[in-house]
Design a protein around this ligand. Structure first.
Ligand code: NAD
Length: 467
């Protein structure tokens, strides 16, 4: 849909929520505005020696907290409006999950499949160089991360380019989602999908809310459909399946598949690697196009691809009782109303996919502290647990086996601490917005915006407007 305006969609949801807050209109306008918008064009040399001009953007939406933070997207759909919308969503998302960053986003308008690895490296390094020149990157300024079409490899190139040209001691903190060997953190790759799972699970644990949409409590046994088996979609689906949910449908670019009895995720991933798509996967029905499966019977629908997927054209045919927005902006405001009025629960993007930025925050902290989480405390904790267990053995006459001792006396290393921090964040934030939902009698998206606006407004009121 060419007339789709993503930034306007985000602002519409903001305005709806602003009515439930106490802030004056000028302040609300300041919260919505994108502070800095950078559009760059730069040349790269293709492998065949030809020159191509590449378009890129970086938008810093809000400087109320620094650094600003947000992913970098490589896709043909990238444009200024999309980057502004995604940057704004980052501001609200960070506020909802209490991550002390302003929002930002970047994008390069390319189809990554049309470029060799060497060409992608040249594009990424040149883009980073341009960001440095304009002061749009740095551990205290603006810190990118992976998004659609990018991953740890690209973040490694960004970090290396930045470090080559910087003498800062905290240079590693200029980007997150890096490979572990370059200052990354355990659990970042899977963080967004795992956070999606924690959020959906928390919603499903709420007996009263589940009853109101005609579902039982818990994730186990619930059927789900996922759109996009990339980083976020795969890890969300993996966690859902591990918790006993049944994946009945999958949509990918090449088409969509359905099986009432469930689809084996790991086998499907092997098949996708082999064939480049999901169509024709054994034991499933291949549907007529990639969006048909979104309209099939299921308890939970997880859009994890791009924005504008649930829109006024298909919203009436969506049957899922829970929509878990793993992608950014998958539901247009018109579709949101249709789906909500049918009685479904929409768990919004500005909360649900915040697991990525939460763990990126932990990675940034690790980089500026120059120490891995758990490095100093893990052994101390384990020794303390062992002392307690040995007292229990003495007083109770019960001898623990080596296996029990290993399990009971385990201290928190980086992976465990990151996972605990992620779960705590997703669970607490869900309950915070669900509480606001009830207080104002609104939907969860509006509640998440109210939550963000209240937090931003308080900061702005205390800061005042400079000068
Ligand atoms: P990705 O590139 O790893 O995967 C996206 C997948 O979606 C790909 O497999 C692609 O083939 C598929 N896809 C694209 N268009 C499709 C369509 N029309 N139908 C079905 N499948 C389609 O990207 P990602 O990092 O997983 O990001 C997905 C979404 O999650 C984006 O909206 C992104 O902004 C959001 N998000 C990502 C992160 C992160 O940490 N990567 C964090 C927060 C939000």
């Amino acid at each position: 849909m060419s007339d789709y305006k993503f930034f306007e969609q985000v602002n519409r949801a903001f305005d709806k929520a602003a009515a439930y807050t106490k802030f004056e209109s000028g302040l609300l306008e300041q919260m919505k505005a994108c502070n800095d918008v950078l559009h760059i064009s730069f040349p790269i040399e293709r492998d065949d020696g030809s020159i191509e001009v590449i378009q890129g953007w970086r938008v810093e939406h809000s400087h109320h907290k620094l650094p600003t933070k947000g992913g970098i997207r490589y896709a043909m759909e990238v444009n200024e409006d999309e980057t502004m919308a995604l940057a704004a969503l980052m501001t609200y998302k960070c506020a909802v999950v209490n991550v002390p960053f302003g929002g930002a986003k970047g994008g390069i308008k390319i189809d990554r499949n049309n470029y060799s690895e060497r060409e992608l490296e040249r594009i990424t390094r040149r883009y980073t160089f341009q960001l440095m020149k304009k002061n749009f990157i740095g551990p205290g300024t603006d810190v990118p991360a992976p998004d659609y079409g990018t991953g740890a490899r690209e973040m490694g190139w960004i970090m290396d380019t930045y470090r080559q040209m910087s003498t800062e001691i905290d240079a590693e903190g200029c980007v997150t989602g890096k490979p572990l060997s370059q200052g990354g953190i355990r659990g970042r790759t899977e963080a967004t999908g795992r956070g999606v799972f924690f959020g959906v699970q928390e919603a499903c644990f709420n007996k009263e809310d589940m009853k109101s949409i005609g579902l039982d409590e818990g994730v186990e046994g619930k059927t789900f459909v996922v759109q996009g088996l990339g980083n976020v979609g795969y890890h969300a689906a993996k966690n859902m399946v591990d918790a006993g949910a049944i994946m009945v449908g999958v949509a990918e670019i090449d088409g969509s598949i359905y099986s009432e009895s469930g689809i084996e995720l790991d086998k499907l991933m092997d098949y996708k690697k082999e064939t480049g798509g999901v169509s024709g996967f054994e034991g499933t029905q291949t549907l007529k196009d990639s969006s048909s499966v979104l309209e099939t019977e299921c308890d939970i629908l997880i859009p994890a691809a791009l924005e504008n997927q649930l829109n006024e054209k298909n919203a009436k045919r969506i049957k899922a009782k829970i929509i878990g927005e793993a992608a950014n902006g998958p539901t247009t405001s018109e579709a949101h109303e249709i789906i909500k009025n049918r009685g479904a629960l929409i768990i919004p993007d500005n909360y649900l996919n915040a697991g990525g930025v939460t763990v990126s925050y932990f990675e940034w902290l690790k980089n500026i502290q120059h120490v891995r989480f758990g490095r100093m405390g893990k052994r101390f904790e384990e020794d303390s647990y062992k002392r307690i267990l040995s007292v229990i053995e003495t007083v109770s006459d019960r001898k623990f086996t080596d296996k029990e001792l290993k399990f009971l006396a385990k201290g928190g290393g980086e992976a465990e601490l990151v996972d605990a921090g992620l779960k705590d964040t997703m669970v607490n934030s869900y309950n915070e917005i669900n509480e606001l939902r009830k207080i104002h009698d609104v939907d969860l998206r509006t509640a998440a915006f109210v939550n963000a606006i209240n937090k931003l407004g308080e900061i702005y009121e205390q800061m005042g407007i400079f000068p």
